[in-house]
Design a protein around this ligand. Structure first.
Ligand SMILES: [Zn+2]
Ligand SMILES: [Zn+2]
Length: 154
């Protein structure tokens, strides 16, 4: 852990992501750290343009193509989830592995996304059906859209 001179805040997401990115041979550049920190601080899914803007605000330069590249790797490593209904990426908040399955609830009103931690047993029926069809699932995403508690009744 000799990150001498770097100002990397060691939140679990950022430090885990840095470690995993290094593991696949990615260089840890300061724009990349800014991307991770921005994702870490956001409760809303962010797209590449929003991330680029946030990185630019910190005084660093990054182009959208390299933001996309970083997001692609982060997604392959299951560090971020792609939220289809918001067309954005959200840092995984669940510590520990939940592999390539993600279950999220998305509020139609405020856009907040929360991850559910569904017992793998609950997914057994789905897995059985998939394997009986001979289908090899690479990623299972469940998105439940609706109205969150704080928006309900407003
Ligand atoms: Zn997650
Ligand atoms: Zn809401």
């Amino acid at each position: 852990m000799a990150d001498s001179g770097s100002k990397v805040k060691k939140t679990p997401f950022v430090s885990a992501a840095i470690e995993k990115l290094r593991g696949v041979g990615m260089r840890i550049t300061s724009p990349r750290i800014a991307i991770l920190e921005t994702l870490d601080q956001s409760d809303l899914p962010l797209n590449a343009y929003a991330l680029q803007e946030a990185v630019t605000l910190t005084g660093k330069k990054v182009d959208v193509v390299s933001v996309y590249r970083t997001l692609k790797v982060l997604r392959e490593l299951d560090l971020v989830h792609y939220v289809q209904s918001s067309d954005g990426y959200l840092a995984c908040r669940l510590e520990g592995e939940h592999g390539s399955a993600s279950e999220m609830i998305v509020c139609d009103t405020c856009g907040n996304v929360m991850e559910l931690d569904i017992d793998p047993c609950a997914m057994t029926d789905l897995s059985e059906q998939l394997s009986s069809l001979g289908f090899k699932a690479s990623r299972i995403t469940i998105e439940v859209e609706g109205v969150c508690k704080s928006c309900d009744g407003q």
